[in-house]
Design a binder for this molecule. Sequence first.
Ligand SMILES: Nc1ncnc2c1ncn2[C@@H]1O[C@H](COP(=O)(O)OP(=O)(O)OP(=O)(O)O)[C@@H](O)[C@H]1O
Ligand SMILES: [Mg+2]
Length: 255
Amino acid sequence: MTTPVLELRGIDKSFGPVQVLHDVAFSAYPGEVTALVGDNGAGKSTLVKCIGGIYSIDSGEYYFEGNSVTVSSPREAAALGVEIVYQDLALCDNLDIVQNMFLGRERKSGLVLDEATMEEMAAKTLAGLSVRTVKSLRQHVSSLSGGQRQTVAIAKAVLWNSKVVILDEPTAALGVAQTAQVLELVRQLADKGLAVVLISHNLNDVFAVSDRIAALYLGRMAAQVKASEVTHSQVVELITSGRSGTLGLTNGSGS
Ligand SMILES: Nc1ncnc2c1ncn2[C@@H]1O[C@H](COP(=O)(O)OP(=O)(O)OP(=O)(O)O)[C@@H](O)[C@H]1O
Ligand SMILES: [Mg+2]
């Protein structure tokens, strides 16, 4: 069995009096796509924000490459090699593609920005991901289509030698062709050896690219299983009731 790059155990997270995550365990493996599924409000984005250091966990353990770590800021998560493409705040409209990809981590040569190097690195990363639909790297992101924006956001995550890339609903606003492109990119990231976590409500997409599926139900991890070992309807049951046959939670408590 391969060791997970990222492993969480016993994660609890509350906002004031409301407990959103209960004793959650979650693992992501190199070279694999792990889908994180669950109904609206199940806690997917909250879990991802805990992984990314945006929220601090109340209790539980966080292991990275087998070592116990504490991650208390996005900077610390990025330093480990964890990159997250968020559901809401992915890119800045008023900046171009290169500026977005290097935002907050600009290259300098002396006191000035090293535009040539940044543009070259951005071009290389996009080419390495077989992205060909973007006309100019100096195009403002506001002029890109939804799929192209996702592509840039994903390329940005890859640029930083990340080991874990987490995508929170990257295809939610996309049409059929663009969704297929983004899913292809997701698969490529895993084939490069990264651990990819894909949050999606679309089970067809989930089954198309995932190796494993983790289902959250009301803030509890109902099951984390190999995609080849479950059916579409079993996953639907895990999402809607937290269990399916012998899989899932017992009496609504920990699994
Ligand atoms: N900052 C916050 N303060 C208080 N409650 C929050 C906060 N963020 C999330 N919650 C609550 O936590 C629960 C889980 O929310 P979360 O956004 O993690 O769900 P989700 O699984 O990502 O849902 P969706 O599929 O709709 O994106 C919800 O009940 C939500 O209202
Ligand atoms: Mg969410």
